[in-house]
Design a protein around this ligand. Structure first.
Ligand code: SAM
Length: 346
């Protein structure tokens, strides 16, 4: 029942895991996951607007975060494949890929909850790639205090060429095993990278570890589609988490005051049924110094382990096909936005 109450809610604010009011371009017309969203949610109380009346929702507890083994059919949720994917994608990433999914105004909206209020803050941008999100960070923080980390030297080579990022530290590394000491940074930012992590819980645990007490993590990532064809391609391609999964990963890692802000390209008019490559900005605060209370076993993926080149190629090609579908979706939505009169749902 809670799910049907939430569907169509314009202003959802959930205590502990909090879905914030409209992000950019989001008109509240859709809540992804609909029925599937809430039954496993760990959240306790929420407020929602229904026809102008505010109501309190009582939501059940989350028990998601089932491990997503690398064997599941998500072709690019794999470090080696992501590496090769970006070997080629880095050539067109800024000019061809980002404009359909991750615009400058979306980025600035998504970074707002990171609360970058001082130029002296120490910030790490994990999976920082070509530095597109870092360009938004250095508007608020001195570049010399910002580290861009990525596993792709090809992506980082693009970041190195950007004038405003000249003073940033730029390093190769793995989001699931960060080369920073515990209690190092004031802010952890990661945009559009979690979808490639074989073990997202481990990456979020690392975010917790490297932050100082009172530090804030801001993780921007995809949201899961509800439309069947988009779901098919999303499942084939990479990790599109549900909102409650983000919340659970953050809470399990030890974060407090976990909140989600929905974002999306303006021309989608709030439509979320196809999922979004950049669909939400999740934040949480580290309440105590030291390591995360969450204990994890060994890493699920051993990057050094040899892979069968044929299997690798097939997985890579299938993943690339799914990627093409998600290049076409924003174009389709853009055409609809041009055709359907403003103010009407698309
Ligand atoms: C979609 S790009 C996002 C780049 C940038 N954050 C932005 O906002 O444009 C995803 C990036 O995550 C990186 N990545 C994927 N898996 C990673 C991992 N395990 N550790 C570090 N970086 C990773 C990729 O190499 C790629 O540069």
């Amino acid at each position: 029942m809670a799910s049907s109450m939430l569907y169509g809610a314009e202003n959802v604010a959930i205590v502990r895991g909090r879905i914030a009011p409209n992000g950019l371009g989001f008109n509240g017309s859709e809540l992804h996951g609909r029925k599937s969203l809430l039954p496993r949610v760990n959240l306790v109380v929420g407020n929602s607007n229904f026809g102008g009346r505010r109501r309190t929702l009582v939501l059940p507890k989350c028990s998601v975060s089932v491990p997503r083994p690398a064997s599941q059919p998500r072709f690019i949720q794999h470090k080696k494949e992501a590496f090769w994917f970006y070997r080629f994608l880095s050539i067109v990433y800024d000019h061809v890929i980002n404009p359909g999914h991750w615009t400058e105004d979306m980025r600035d909206e998504a970074l707002e909850p990171a609360d970058l209020h001082s130029r002296n803050m120490i910030v790490v941008d994990v999976g920082g790639g070509t530095g597109f999100t870092t360009l938004g960070i250095v508007k608020h923080v001195d570049a010399k205090n910002v580290t861009i980390l990525d596993q792709s030297p090809h992506q980082l080579a693009k970041a190195k060429k950007k004038e405003p990022l000249k003073e940033c530290k730029i390093i190769e590394g793995d989001a699931e095993d960060l080369p920073f000491r515990t209690d190092y940074a004031d802010r952890y930012v990661s945009a559009g990278s979690i979808e490639y992590w074989p073990d997202p819980q481990r990456g979020i645990r690392e975010a917790y570890r490297v932050l100082k007490i009172g530090g804030r993590a801001c993780l921007i990532g995809p949201v899961y589609p509800t439309y069947w064809l988009s779901r098919f391609f999303a499942d084939m391609w990479m990790l599109f988490p549900k909102e409650e999964e983000y919340i659970e990963w953050f809470e399990k890692a030890g974060f407090k005051d976990v909140q989600i802000k929905r974002i999306g390209p303006k021309w989608y008019r709030g439509v979320r049924r196809h999922g979004l490559i950049m669909g939400c900005s999740v934040t949480g605060i580290k309440p105590a110094s030291g390591d995360s209370p969450l204990q994890l076993g060994p890493k699920v993926e051993d990057i050094e382990k040899p892979v069968n080149p044929f299997v690798f190629l097939v997985r890579f090609l299938l993943g690339a096909m799914a990627g093409v579908y998600y290049v076409l979706v924003p174009v389709y939505m853009w055409i609809k936005d041009q055709i359907v009169p403003k103010g009407q749902p698309i």
